[in-house]
Design a protein around this ligand. Sequence first.
Ligand SMILES: [Zn+2]
Length: 208
Amino acid sequence: MLYTCPRCHYTFVSADKPVICPDCGHRGPAPSTEVEFDRFYSARLDQLRGQCSPAMSVDERNWTKVLLYLNRPRASYFTTTFLQGHILDASPEIALDTYKSMRWEFVRLLSEEKEALVKEGVTEPEYMMRDRAGRPLVTGWDRFGGALRTLYTFETDDPHIVPGVDAVQAISLERITDNPSEAYITFIRAWLGLVTESSLRKAEPKGE
Ligand SMILES: [Zn+2]
């Protein structure tokens, strides 16, 4: 189960009810709330991806951003099924079908968000700057939707070029399903492990 310290807000997994916080020594960590759980899950997922991504291909790095965006923040029953049944245990054909429908969904979200921007009078830039961490520096950024924000973090040959829908279409999903890198599979396994571990706190999967 997941517990959070009321004093320092450290969140951790523990099989038994912990007496003291392992981080600050405060007495009486309490079962984590939904918000604390989501924060913990999301941060761990970013960490896992960060560990695996240097050895992934550029396509895999961009694609995992899409996967995380579409499956965040909940560690749901659906996520388990998708990771286990449609990727790890599935044939490349089945995994490819799953990925293709996800790509379709992502592109659909992008066009919705682009339309919303136009309605608000926000124009997408032709070129952009990035900060030291590689994050896009774009005027009106807070009005951009989550899918567009994800797209803008894609790796491209020139970091100043704004990635378009063609960058999503250009990802070779065939390559990722037929011949994934070790690092990519390691990440998917670690993600599944995290979802399964997280589900300890809920007696029954809630579905969505
Ligand atoms: Zn603490």
